[in-house]
Design a protein around this ligand. Structure first.
Ligand SMILES: Nc1ncnc2c1ncn2[C@@H]1O[C@H](COP(=O)(O)OP(=O)(O)O)[C@@H](O)[C@H]1O
Length: 174
């Protein structure tokens, strides 16, 4: 298998931590391709139906991985999803876990219309750093970075950091 010429970055974190906004800005800064898994699942029907309890599609992880394999092999992707343990480890050169203060996250998710257990489950997910633990269990610790993402200034700094990392990345480094 030929080495990819551009890196693949996974952007993960609790819903509302700013993955899609950050990934879009990073894509603009680097020309890497932004793949929003939630949208891809909907668009290509990579699911096993609708979950009434959680009000979302039941993602079919095998179909998602099959769909992405060629693009990931080619490289140059930013994958944006609130889960990270089902992707092949070999796909990623950097795993970014976005984190947000609880009060900030509460406001963002309330504005999105989340209430009740959907809201509290996501706040708990952030308090217990579920995605950071999942990332550390699924990938080499030295490629996992946790970044605070409460404000636009922080996001801009995070984008600049990752854009610098991307421009100095070389396949020889993997
Ligand atoms: N760094 C930030 N500072 C302030 N607001 C942000 C920031 N990142 C995202 N937001 C806002 O928070 C909300 C959730 O962001 P989004 O990117 O959709 O999160 P996710 O993809 O993780 O669910 C959106 O309204 C977005 O405009």
């Amino acid at each position: 298998m030929a080495a990819r010429s551009r890196p693949n970055i996974l952007v993960t974190g609790t819903p509302g931590t700013g993955k899609s906004t950050f990934s879009a800005a990073l894509s603009e800064a680097t020309n890497l391709r932004h793949i929003n898994i939630g949208e891809l699942v909907k668009e290509k029907n990579l699911h096993d139906g609708w979950d009434d309890d959680f009000n979302c599609y039941i993602i079919n992880e095998d179909l998602v991985c099959d769909e992405l394999e060629d693009m990931m092999e080619e490289g140059g992707n930013i994958v944006d999803y609130h889960g990270c343990d089902f992707f092949p480890e070999r796909w990623f050169d950097r795993v970014v876990v976005l984190q947000t203060e609880n009060s900030v996250l509460f406001d963002r998710l309330s504005r999105r219309g989340y209430t009740g257990s959907k809201l509290s489950n996501n706040i708990e997910c952030e308090i217990f750093q579920v995605l950071l633990e999942e990332a550390k269990e699924s990938y080499r610790e030295d490629i996992v970075v946790a970044l605070k993402n409460d404000t636009v200034d922080e996001m801009n700094t995070n984008v600049a950091t990752l854009a610098d990392w991307t421009s100095s990345w070389s396949p020889m480094l993997t």
